[in-house]
Write a protein that binds this ligand. Structure first.
Ligand code: NI
Length: 259
């Protein structure tokens, strides 16, 4: 069954049909979903979803967009939520220099990225990284933490060159691949997918964002992941079933889900 390793079902884009949509996942071949926290104020929504749906797990963390909202209290709350039985990762955390151009913002994001990497290490959870236009700084911080010992990690929505992928892959990290790989202009990402071992790839939606072709621009959901698996299968020269099975196994391994 398909494992969606990064979704945002707490988004208000799903307010009208969240229950029916999530209830239809299993019959459409979606076995598991990890809902990733993004903003400080919505952390409780992810917790509510993981408590309501047996097949849905959570990543707890605060996105770099919200770095200025992370107080010591927020960090303590994240730490305690890491001990929830359905929390499987710390995320999404990282750096976003696309939306934030000021040096002072970059420094604050780095500080909060590190603070949450510390929590991942201390709570023995994998980390889930968001990185946009911050290639070198993200790699530096991840390298430093991996050298000190971590419990695995994922570079979600991987968007950099093959040379950067190599650095993450050789450290045993996973690359999250979503709808972007189906886009006409995704030459760079297609190269990365062709190059990376399928044993280090994960399927993800980042829904409601980044719907694959032919739904580009529409609301995304886990139900569209077969289009992503199909493109990965073509690029790797293997069957769609193999892509689904291997990426599911990868996800269960990195998140420590045994069933
Ligand atoms: Ni996301």
């Amino acid at each position: 069954m398909i494992f969606d390793t990064h979704a945002h079902y707490d988004s208000d884009a799903f307010d009208e049909d969240r229950e029916t949509l999530l209830a239809s996942m299993q019959e459409h071949g979606i076995g598991h979903i990890v809902n990733a926290c993004a903003s400080v104020e919505d952390i409780s929504k992810t917790i509510a979803l993981m408590e309501q749906y047996p097949f849905l797990y959570g990543a707890v963390g605060v996105h770099p967009d919200d770095a200025d909202k992370i107080t010591p209290d927020v960090l303590e709350k994240l730490r305690s939520l890491c001990r929830h039985e359905k929390t499987v990762a710390v995320g999404e955390i990282g750096l976003d220099y696309y939306w934030h151009k000021e040096k002072s913002e970059h420094l604050l994001q780095q500080e909060m990225f590190r603070a949450q990497m510390d929590i991942a290490r201390e709570e023995r959870l994998p980390f889930m990284v968001h990185s946009r236009e911050a290639c070198a700084d993200t790699l530096d911080i991840v390298k430093e933490y991996m050298a000190g010992g971590m419990y695995g990690g994922i570079i979600h929505c991987f968007s950099y060159e093959k040379e950067t992928a190599r650095e993450y892959l050789k450290r045993g990290l996973y690359l999250g691949i979503g709808g972007v790989v189906t886009f006409q202009n995704a030459r760079k990402l297609k190269e990365v997918v062709a190059y990376a071992p399928v044993e280090q790839l994960l399927l993800e939606t980042d829904c409601p964002y980044l719907a694959p072709k032919p739904f580009r621009g529409k609301r995304n959901s886990s139900l569209y992941l077969p289009y992503v698996a199909e493109m990965i299968a073509q690029l790797k020269g293997i069957s769609v079933e193999e892509v689904v099975d291997i990426t599911e196994k990868n996800a269960k391994t990195v998140f420590g889900i045994r069933e």
